[in-house]
Design a protein around this ligand. Sequence first.
Ligand code: GSH
Length: 215
Amino acid sequence: MKLYYIPTTRAVRPRWLLEEMAIPYEMVRVTMAMTKEPEYKQLHPHGKVPVLVDGEATIFESAAICAYLADKYLDKGFAPAPDSPHRAYYYQWLFYATATLEAPVEHFMFNILPNLPEKLLPGFIRSETSKQESYQWFQRVSEPVKEALHGKHFLVGNSLTAADVVVGGILLWAKKLGMMQPDDSLTEYIDNLMQRPAFNRADENYYAQVPVHSE
Ligand SMILES: N[C@@H](CCC(=O)N[C@@H](CS)C(=O)NCC(=O)O)C(=O)O
């Protein structure tokens, strides 16, 4: 099994899950420049990471890769069984993460990146949403996550699932970008995730060293 990886990107998510599950994998380190080569486009149509190659399967989208891995190794306990009542919420948070929670974080990031030439910004960012608007948008979409985590350490059941890996991966990005107040109730959840040894192996201790962005 091969994982195409660039540090500090969404490729940390499947690597983190692989580390949690203690599954052997081959890591293929690529650079942003390499992902634009024609050969790489055969792995990912838009030249992005992560990509997982597992036998006949070549998969892109970080959440899909995490869901695939958690199901493939169901006995490791990182996805509820298909007939478990937890399965519904597991799907809910996995899809909520990339369809709803991540969008304002990405907008915010593109609004604070220093000196990013306008032409490099994705079209949807060039046109509208300001930094302040994305901040308020993020506050709104993070509310249901806060409610779900009230009095709990994990989103689904009593242990870490792929849903925490994906949601947590987005939230820690938001935290580092300065989208959260220090007293935000999600801080404890994120800090606990970041202390996990598997997370630190996966991100090579990078996020711990990135200061929280402030004005
Ligand atoms: N929705 C995709 C997003 C993939 C993505 O945008 N990856 C970024 C790194 S976080 C990338 O490879 N960017 C390189 C580029 O756009 O040139 C996922 O979750 O896998």
